[in-house]
Write a protein that binds this ligand. Structure first.
Ligand SMILES: [Zn+2]
Length: 355
């Protein structure tokens, strides 16, 4: 059963990852985030294979709590590689828990309340501004009080969707903002610790690989247990047909397709990697796995953020917002878990075959 790959805490996931990578004689590097007295919070990187062959990069937990599912796929892959008898013609670079604070504390955001996948800007000028509509939505999105069980969140969300349209709401809300440090989708005022770790060390992880295929695993958008591979801005039409041939046209989608799975964003991790390695053939997809509907997921992110900033850690409502967030990004349903691991392994195999 693929369910066995899912850990119940960050610490368990981390230790299983290191142990499984160690069994393969992988080169393992750990980068502490040092945001708490415990030194347990780290980005762990396992590299397997020579540094001159094509590389497949697999990253998990850029959005903290989504790491439970990304880590499960990485663990399943490590087991598969251990049992494989054929020689590796691929360099596997596994980035585990890119946002370890969010992973450990059941948050989508990091120790600075930052959405890491909006924090990878290439210049300091980009760390400012917010979508025009965000100010008007701020009170709805970020109430400055603990969560309340009796609040008609769904009605408020539907009212906003009726007024603005779902795509406009998704874009204005989730595209990233730099003006509300306690608000949802805050993109930060400069590169966060995790961003710096990636920027300072990615050259050594990739080595001399001439061709790279990077799969960044995410969850929480789209229909239950299905997935879309979202292409970044850097993909032209020739690239698009390569992705469609490699992964199946029905699985591939432009990141900002109107009415599509995702929404316009900047500061994406994968996009930064692609531009950093622009002298090489660096391809990247955001592998987005669906869970529940947009309103339920947004409600869970909002509730947890509220509890994080204004709630008491010992309260039942604090714990229930964490539980709800985890369910929205890594459902407990065994069939969801089975399907996402199977699909994740298939995407990785397709990447390794094509690169
Ligand atoms: Zn995500």
């Amino acid at each position: 059963m693929t369910d066995v790959y899912f850990s119940s805490t960050y610490s368990e996931a981390r230790h299983r990852f290191i142990e499984a990578a160690g069994a393969l004689d992988a080169e393992i590097m750990s980068y502490g985030i040092n945001c708490e007295s415990q030194d347990e919070l780290a980005i762990d990187v396992a590299v397997i294979g020579s540094d001159e062959v094509p590389a497949v990069v697999i990253s998990s937990g850029v959005h903290g709590v989504e790491g439970f599912f990304g880590s499960a796929i990485q663990l399943a892959l490590l087991e598969q590689l251990r049992d494989s008898t054929s020689a590796l013609g691929i360099r596997y670079v596994l980035l585990h828990g890119v946002n370890p604070f969010g992973f450990a504390h059941l948050r989508r955001f990091n120790e600075d309340n930052v959405d890491l996948n909006r924090n990878f800007h290439s210049s300091v000028d980009q760390f400012r501004g917010s979508p025009a509509e965000y100010a008007g939505l701020n009170r709805f999105l970020n109430p400055e009080s603990p969560p309340s069980r009796f609040e008609p969140f769904k009605l408020k969300a539907l009212w906003n969707i009726w007024q603005n349209g779902l795509s406009a709401l998704k874009e204005s809300v989730a595209g990233g903002q730099h003006d509300y440090p306690r608000g949802l989708f805050f993109a930060g005022l400069g590169p966060c610790k995790s961003t710096q770790v990636v920027q300072e060390n990615c050259d050594s992880w990739i080595g001399l690989s001439p061709r790279i295929m990077h799969v960044d695993f995410h969850s929480g958008l789209g229909p239950f247990a299905t997935y879309k591979l979202l292409l970044t801005k850097g993909s032209d039409s020739i690239d698009c047909s390569w992705y469609a041939d490699t992964f199946g046209a029905e699985c591939v989608e432009q990141f900002s397709k109107p009415g599509g799975t995702a929404y316009k964003t900047s500061g994406l991790f994968g996009e930064w990697m692609q531009s950093h390695f622009n002298a090489r053939d660096y391809r990247v997809v955001v592998a987005e796995f669906g869970t529940y509907g947009v309103i339920k997921v947004l409600g869970a992110i909002r509730g947890e953020n509220r509890a994080h900033h204004y709630g008491s850690k010992n309260s039942a409502s604090y714990r229930s917002t964490k539980k709800e967030l985890l369910e929205c990004f890594c459902p407990i349903d065994p069939s969801w878990r089975h399907q996402v691991v199977e699909s994740g392994l298939r995407i990785i195999a397709q990447s390794a075959n094509a690169i």
